[in-house]
Design a protein around this ligand. Structure first.
Ligand code: GLN
Ligand code: ZN
Length: 756
């Protein structure tokens, strides 16, 4: 059995690429030194894959920042604003990736967006009317040679022309179809070069095929590839798809002259059905994505082997692969020194997945494989009872009924009770939760972590930070206060650390964008709250002020979306388990006298399924209830807030309203408040605090500009429903700019309050 890899993580075991790039940005090392690090990583990764016996090893999956940006450069589509800086090639590239401010000029970076349903971000290509798409670069060809030099014959990987065009932004009057011919010609030129190099296989990634496609989209795809494939010469072309099935284009795809088609059998719900219904052409190779490329769990060999055996009735030319690039999993389990063996035995990171592929290629098709050592060892992992099972939690989730998701007093009635009780007046001012994480705040946490200070001293210091934070807000004259979150490093990690069922890694970094990596916690077992998590801090903060201080929690959907989930139970089940844990915290906060509780769902929209028809059935039908579960038990006078980090939720406004929070705040300043029209059109009932300034920038917003934002908001939102706040937490900001910005915010609020 042959095997293929779609892509391998590139930042390195110890994030070497990240650190080298950052040094380069700070001008501490030269281009040559940076390139040397990159070369070392590429060679190591190729060697690893070769040692694992991978038949189709990718090249050009490496990138200094982002593969789509690499392609944009290769296709001569980098906007003029970057080229005009007159920098060298590498720095022009980084200017597009990160923005540039210096002697040569001042340009912003290209926009960044989430890559389909992952937490990886790509740079959005911008096509202008004078953009001329053609092959200009050398990267994929050079990397093929680089691998060849060490004796590895690779399969170059490029994002395909259709996905490129679908993800691009059109900045002039030309639209997608206007560029189709140019793109096709550029790919023909690319194939010509590969032919000259004697490349055997090339992989074109077309993940856009798994999104909802119109007939025009499919026609465009077909038109591009009819042209391109007519010129493929001796190079075999693999069409690689991932993150779902290609139900809208499968019939057209199998009719085209591809030599291989890569399908996702993990996330592609209808992939098997498509094969069953339409068959698979005998003259093509089926690249079957049968190992999860996105999660950190070992593959269940029995399931994989059964799946592959089942596919043999559709094709007798099968290559096995991961479901997507391994970019989305950490490098290796070998870096983890403190995971207990009964935990780590379940995991396979990128390097371990190579080993799995190796073993599976040896097992599949071998008679008596069930007796082989590798198979038996795997079987044992999956047949043993998982530790961290919690029957009590399972029973609690199983016994949930409709009533557990409904507050006993409807929102409209609650509002009157809350207005009476809280006495906030019109247009209350507040913040989103965190205050600047100063050096002292960070040091306190790291000293505690290292054991340099004990819990008592740590908490005393936190109390000091809370007091400063409350004093500052009193001085500024905000209406609803926060405790400042100085005990938290990250809004998900903090809760994960305080919930049973989670495990944490030391070095399991995953690239999020460019040089930024994240370390998602792992949901290992059933989730349970063992002790109150935030009550101590919130209670103390409230004791310092007569104004309401918000209790501050992260919601179940966000906690789940920013973790590696289990594969043995459903997302719904996990969300409800976390929901129950947060619910206990909410109840305890209320009992401790906290009158307003904010449950952040920063990442609610992130995992909305790629396909619209699955939005409700696969996601919203449990995500919204999971949130409601957290707060349905509180008294009507307790006001529940939520917060979201983006405002692009026009299409699910009703669902957001249906979370039944009393107040929601969200980022709006950069999107020019367009969401507000959708709120109005949908008769949105939740009170809203559209962020009046952008906290992602150190710039201090003026009173006038915030007055203007508020005036605009008031033309669409009833004054009874409007809150005034920044658009996200302040933890990344400095104290000085925070103080000035909030003073201006309160001044703007006053002007508006006096006017209404
Ligand atoms: N309450 C959190 C904070 O202020 C919310 C962060 C977020 O939305 N990303 O930091
Ligand atoms: Zn936010």
């Amino acid at each position: 059995m042959n095997s293929s890899l779609i892509g391998f993580p590139r930042v390195g075991k110890g994030r070497e690429l990240k650190f080298a790039s950052e040094k380069y940005f700070r001008k501490e090392i030269s281009v040559e030194e940076l390139e040397k690090v990159a070369k070392g990583l590429k060679i190591m990764h190729w060697n690893l894959q070769q040692a694992a016996g991978i038949s189709h090893i990718p090249s050009n999956d490496f990138s200094y920042y982002d593969n789509l940006l690499d392609l944009t450069v290769l296709l001569n589509a980098l906007p003029n604003s970057y080229r005009q800086l007159g920098l060298n090639e590498r720095d022009t590239y980084f200017a597009a990736a990160r923005g540039y401010q210096g002697e040569a000029g001042d340009v912003k970076a290209l926009a960044m967006k989430k890559w389909f349903n992952t937490n990886y971000h790509y740079l959005v290509p911008e096509l202008f009317d004078d953009t001329e798409i053609k092959l200009v670069g050398d990267k994929p060809f050079a990397e093929y040679e680089e691998a060849k030099e060490i004796g590895v014959l690779t399969k170059p990987v490029l994002i395909g022309g259709f996905t490129f065009l679908k993800l691009a932004k059109y900045k002039g009057s030309k639209t997608i179809n206007d560029f189709a011919d140019q793109v096709a010609n550029a790919y023909i030129a690319i194939l010509n070069r590969f032919n000259e190099q004697g490349v055997a296989w090339v992989q074109f990634d077309e993940p856009s095929l798994v999104t909802d496609l119109s007939e025009e989209d499919v026609a465009l795809f077909t038109a591009i590839y009819e042209k391109v494939l007519a010129h493929k010469g001796n190079v075999k072309v693999l069409l690689q798809t991932y993150f779902g099935d290609i139900r809208d284009s499968y019939e057209e795809v199998i009719g085209l002259d591809f030599d291989g088609i890569g399908l996702d059998f993990i996330e592609g719900k209808q992939t098997v059905e498509l094969l069953e219904r339409h068959g698979f052409p005998a003259d093509k190779t089926l690249f079957a994505g049968v190992l999860n490329g996105k999660n950190i769990w070992k593959s269940d060999y029995k399931k994989v082997i059964d799946l592959v055996n089942g596919l043999e009735k559709y094709s007798n030319d099968i290559v096995i692969s991961t479901s997507c690039s391994l970019l989305h999993v950490p490098y290796t389990l070998e870096s983890e020194t403190s995971l207990p063996a009964d935990v780590s035995r379940y995991f396979a990171f990128a390097k371990e997945k190579l080993q799995e592929i190796k073993e599976l290629t040896e097992l599949i098709g071998t008679s008596g494989y069930e007796e082989q050592e590798a198979y038996l060892a795997n079987l044992q992992v999956f047949s043993a009872d998982r530790v961290y099972e919690d029957k009590h939690v399972q029973a609690s989730v199983a016994s949930l009924t409709e009533r557990d998701f409904v507050r006993n007093v409807p929102r409209k009635k609650r509002r009157a009770i809350q207005k009476e009780k809280l006495q906030l007046g019109l247009l209350p001012t507040t913040t989103i939760g965190s205050f600047p994480q100063t050096r002292e705040v960070k040091q306190n946490r790291s000293k505690y972590r290292k054991g340099d200070i004990g819990r008592a001293e740590y908490d005393e210091n936190i109390k000091g930070f809370i007091k400063e934070c409350i004093d500052l807000q009193e001085e500024l004259g905000l209406d609803v206060l926060v405790h400042g979150e100085s005990e938290r490093n990250d809004m998900v990690e903090f809760f994960g650390e305080n919930l049973a069922g989670y495990v944490f890694t030391e070095k399991a970094w995953v690239q999020s964008y460019g040089t930024r990596c994240v370390k998602p916690p792992i949901i290992f077992g059933d989730i349970r709250r063992e002790n109150p998590i935030t009550v101590f801090y919130s209670e103390y903060a409230q004791s310092l002020s007569d104004k309401p201080v918000k209790g501050m929690l992260t919601g179940p959907v966000t906690i789940l979306n920013w973790s590696f989930p289990r594969e043995d139970i459903s997302l719904r089940e996990m969300a409800f388990q976390i929901g129950l844990a947060i619910r206990e915290e909410v109840q305890d906060l209320e009992a401790a006298g906290i009158k307003i509780i904010q449950i952040d769902e920063a990442a609610l929209k992130e995992k909305l399924p790629i396909r619209r028809e699955e939005w409700a059935s696969e996601y919203l039908d449990w995500a919204i209830p999971a949130f409601r579960l957290c707060h349905s038990g509180v008294r009507p006078e307790t006001q529940v807030h939520t917060h979201m980090c983006y405002s692009e939720f026009e299409e699910i406004v009703q669902d957001i309203d249906n979370m039944d929070a009393d107040v929601i705040s969200f980022e709006a300043s950069r999107s020019k408040l367009t969401i507000i029209d959708a709120l109005k059109a949908n008769k949105f009932e939740t009170e809203v605090g559209p962020g009046v300034y952008d906290i992602h920038s150190p710039r201090v917003p003026s009173v006038e500009e915030m007055v203007a934002v508020l005036k605009n908001a008031l033309t669409k939102i009833d004054e009874e429903n409007l809150w005034i706040n920044p658009d996200c937490g302040l933890k990344t900001r400095g104290i000085k700019e925070t103080r000035e910005s909030l003073a201006n915010l309160v001044a703007a609020a006053k002007i508006i309050k006096d006017a209404v």
